[in-house]
Design a protein. Structure first.
Ligand code: AMP
Ligand code: MG
Length: 499
């Protein structure tokens, strides 16, 4: 029967397609419609012996991926770059950046974008491998990543997500079975990162540095459509885009400050224009309150210290403005005027988000004129007393846990008087504080302990316990003594360049 043949063939092809589709991949490639200046096609370099160290089942499900099929040796192969998921079109993205103040051309030297997964809700998110081998932008690097830093990114990004702070996510870490050579020989790994996109301030700087206005315009239009669709009909679309990026950064950095998060390398190539936290290197959460806290050993000047983050945010946005200038107005003076006006709003927007957040942490509802002074005085006390940032706020909900220090008591009576002036009940106040003051954060000594257990002993249980605690940071109903601040015997954390 002649019609059997094509029918069989069709069935066979469908079966193959189903097989390749296994995993739930729905990858699209809008970025590759941009001018070729902005990316290069590449393929991951296979590794010797991939095995999954950690897999984020909840995230996989949220992405519409088949968590069961991917939590396997097949998944390890995909997340190592040894086999490509169905529909992948891998590229490395080009970008430049200001690193510690100096301009450099960069690009994904050790990252490969597989494509954009369309989630069941219709969201478009980048799926990127970090550490999958050389790209045209690798310069003198090896294109690889080490297991410890990739697990660190996994922990901290998931902790930020748990706190409700916009961030890239971590889907999987695969050990490659190959060494990487840093100060020491380390186990190699690949992280699968998921982000709204990987378009950075540095991506605009790249187009700007090439004086390629067509590419710059295409990038701006693309960014606006992808991340700021509400600006579609704006009469000044490029300026409106810049304004919106400024607003999201002001909000994001305020959120960092409110939980004591220190990014560590806020170079312009690590600032995502989507408003998500991106590129976790020598990042950490502060224990004792000290605005000068830094964690990166190469940050000698404290450029990226906790207290300097808001100002560096604005500095980075000024670099974005410079790159975008040709889009704002054909007359350069006019373009500069417009950009400056927008940039000048950053400080006020940051202060607004920060103060609103601080009010919530103190259980305050409406604004009063002296609120900023009330917050500043609490922080000044914390700094003098060497008080733990997270726990000082957390303990505001529990009168018996608060400090008995005399200076604190003076501040406390002002705060209580301030609370008396608002109509909300004690329960309302406590609920507001509890929803904004985490009971647990990813403290360095716990992160380091979990990484040491995983990388030195192959023991993942401390990492899993930590991740589980961090997934619900505002839940106080558990025993959290294990995650208390470090004691004198805990070694202070500093990362060295080799992230
Ligand atoms: P980072 O400090 O991780 O944000 O990286 C800054 C730049 O250096 C980016 O362009 C990275 O892709 C690149 N890079 C970092 N580590 C490596 C590596 N091991 N191999 C190649 N490029 C790297
Ligand atoms: Mg980076």
């Amino acid at each position: 029967m002649p019609h059997d043949v094509p029918l069989q063939e069709t069935r066979g092809a469908a079966a193959v397609r189903d097989d390749r589709r296994a995993g739930g991949w729905r990858l699209e490639h809008s970025y590759t419609t941009l001018p070729p200046l902005l990316f290069s096609r590449v393929t991951p370099t296979p590794v010797r012996a991939p095995h999954l160290v950690i897999f984020n089942t909840a995230l996989a499900q949220a992405l519409g991926l088949d968590a069961v099929a991917l939590n396997s040796s097949d998944g390890a192969s995909v997340f190592a770059g040894n086999s490509l998921p169905y529909g992948a079109d891998p590229i490395a993205q080009a970008y430049a950046g200001h690193q510690f103040g100096g301009f450099t051309t960069l690009g994904d030297g050790r990252a490969i974008l597989l494509g954009e997964q369309i989630t069941p809700e219709g969201r478009r998110v980048d799926v990127q491998l970090k550490g999958p081998g050389l790209t045209p932008y690798s310069r003198r690097g090896d294109g690889r990543a080490a297991l410890g830093p990739m697990l660190r990114e996994f922990i901290i990004s998931e902790a930020m997500h748990g706190l409700g702070i916009p961030t890239s996510r971590s889907l999987a870490v695969v050990a490659t079975g190959e060494p990487v050579y840093r100060e020491r020989t380390l186990a190699g790994a690949v992280l699968t990162r998921v982000a709204a996109s990987h378009i950075r301030v540095g991506t605009f700087e790249w187009a700007g540095a090439h004086r390629d206005t067509a590419a710059l315009t295409a990038l701006a239009d693309y960014t606006r459509q992808r991340h700021y669709p509400e600006l579609a009909d704006h009469p000044e679309p490029h300026l409106a885009l810049f304004d919106a990026i400024v607003e999201r950064q002001a909000q994001l950095i305020a959120r960092w400050q409110l939980v004591g998060f220190i990014h560590g390398v806020m170079n312009t190539d690590n600032m995502a224009v989507s408003g998500e936290t991106l590129d976790y290197g020598p990042c950490a959460f502060m224990d004792r309150y000290d605005p000068l806290t830094v964690f990166s050993s190469i940050d000698q000047q404290g450029r990226y210290s906790y207290g300097n983050q808001p100002a560096i945010g604005q500095w980075n946005l000024a670099r974005l403005a410079e790159a975008m200038l040709p889009l704002f107005d054909a007359v350069q003076e006019r373009a500069i005027e417009l950009a400056t006006a927008s940039l000048d709003r950053y400080a006020e927007r940051f202060q607004q988000h920060w103060l609103d957040g601080m009010r919530a942490k103190l259980g305050l509802f409406a604004a009063e004129a002296d609120d900023a002074a009330l917050v500043d005085d609490l922080l000044a006390w914390m700094e003098r007393a060497g008080a733990d940032f997270t726990n000082t706020f957390r303990d505001l909900s529990s009168p018996e846990a608060r400090s008995s220090d005399e200076a604190f008591r003076t501040w406390e009576s002002r705060w209580l008087a301030r609370r008396q002036r608002q109509p909300q009940t004690e329960e309302d106040v406590r609920a507001r504080m509890d929803a904004h003051n985490p009971a647990v954060i990813a403290r360095n000594h716990k992160v380091e302990g979990a990484l040491a257990a995983a990388t030195e002993r192959g023991d993942l249980s401390p990492l899993e316990r930590l991740l589980s605690a961090l997934s619900r940071p505002f839940d106080r109903t558990r025993d959290l003594t294990e995650f208390a601040p470090p004691t004198a015997t805990d070694v202070p954390y500093r990362t060295f360049c080799g992230t």
